[in-house]
Design a protein around this ligand. Structure first.
Ligand SMILES: [Zn+2]
Length: 401
């Protein structure tokens, strides 16, 4: 009798008190990332999957309802050193069409380190992520909208460590007198919002109707590596602070990543005059809810003044609702850090080199895909309007190091 009661208790325990999962979670798709800590009943405990790297905040999952009802997603109270650090100021991003379109859920859906979703029927599937994801599929979608554009050329920069083709986009003709401009993004895999801004830059540069685009193409040719850490982006890695160092700490004489080596070799061939590396900062830090430039202050000569003028032109063109900025936080070098913008700052013939940080989703500001593209278009227009040469010379010969 006692035994039978015990057996019943065991069964009761496994079926009812722990509860079966109400939703199935997966992340086996491009950009997917999640560590399931506990999935029982209508409560799911989750963490960003660090895969052996340092604490960071990127996650991206698919949830499929097995039973209808409200499900609560719980992240750790502290992520990457910050309170509620895995959920941004506009809440998580949500897609109800398998990742085709996304929106921010809104801060009102978030309670501390948790948020909920009401599934209306079994089989209902949503994607949730810390940011609006951007993988090669999104790049391909963007490129397909530009099919037939006479100024755009798509080629391969190199192959990633895991054998993926890394895209190199070129806009305009490489005439003798043209000054080549390099735009890079996703040195840090998780920084997805930077990619939508880059789409805007590209769009404006190749726009047949745009006056700024035409002016740009008269003087420049644009080279763009839209997804630098190709494997990290596709595999859904954090990317930032990857061990032993990440892609944006790899600009040494002996780079360990094929993408960085290929970018350096491209410079040897093309001799870039301008380099802009687009990033996103941290997710929740108060200081990081603005757009800002970082980089070397006096390399190339008057870089600070040039970036300040560029920032002013951008600011005057940003649409209503854009994040505050861009602020100019270029600094004197204290410690040499082998970043992309630093490496280019010291190349011969450089006129300007900087990193632009675009916030993920600042509170009360527009951070949807279309708005970010509009910021990118404003950046290209501002670039054309900035009198870089009048402010200072290019980096003189003999100062490569
Ligand atoms: Zn970054």
């Amino acid at each position: 009798m006692v035994l039978r009661a015990f057996a019943f208790l065991l069964i009761f325990n496994s079926v009812f008190s722990h509860g079966e999962e109400a939703v199935r979670i997966r992340s086996d798709f491009p950009g997917g990332n999640i560590k399931i800590v506990q999935n029982e009943g209508s409560t799911i405990r989750l963490e960003p999957d660090l895969r052996g790297d340092r604490p960071w905040f990127y996650w991206c999952l698919e949830a499929k309802a097995l039973t209808p009802g409200k499900v609560t997603f719980i992240f750790p109270e502290k992520v990457a050193g910050h309170k509620n650090g895995a959920i941004g100021p506009q809440g998580p991003a949500i897609s109800e069409d398998s990742g085709k379109t996304w929106e921010w859920m809104g801060a009102d859906k978030v309670v501390e380190n948790t948020f909920s979703f009401e599934f209306s029927k079994p089989g209902e599937t949503i994607r949730l992520a810390v940011t609006i994801p951007y993988t090669t599929e999104d790049l391909d979608k963007f490129l397909s909208t530009q099919k037939g554009n006479p100024f755009l050329k798509v080629s391969n920069l190199t192959k990633s460590r895991n054998g993926r083709e890394v895209e190199l986009l070129t806009i305009g003709d490489r005439g003798e007198s043209k000054e080549p401009v390099l735009v890079t993004a996703r040195h840090h895999a998780a920084e997805t919002m930077a990619s939508f801004v880059v789409e805007g830059i590209l769009e404006e540069a190749m726009d047949e109707e745009s006056e700024a685009g035409e002016k740009f193409r008269e003087r420049h040719v644009l080279f763009c590596v839209p997804i630098t850490d190709k494997d990290g982006v596709e595999e859904g890695d954090q990317g930032k602070n990857r061990k032993p160092h990440d892609h944006n700490r790899d600009y040494t004489d002996e780079p360990i990543y094929p993408e960085v080596r290929a970018i350096q070799q491209l410079h040897t061939k093309e001799r870039f005059v301008y380099a802009l590396d687009v990033h996103c900062p941290t997710l929740v830090m108060a200081d990081h809810q603005v757009m800002y430039f970082v980089g070397a202050k006096i390399h190339p000569p008057k870089n600070f003044e040039k970036v300040t003028a560029f920032a002013k032109e951008i600011k005057s063109r940003l649409p209503e609702g854009a994040p505050v900025g861009p602020l100019v936080w270029l600094r004197d070098e204290v410690k040499i850090s082998p970043k992309n913008s630093r490496w280019f700052a010291f190349r011969n013939g450089m006129m300007m080199s900087a990193t632009l940080e675009v916030p993920f989703a600042p509170k009360g500001r527009k951070a949807d895909v279309e708005s970010c593209r509009a910021y990118g278009r404003a950046i290209l227009k501002a670039f054309v309007a900035t009198p870089f040469e009048e402010i200072g010379p290019a980096q003189a010969a003999g100062s490569d190091n």
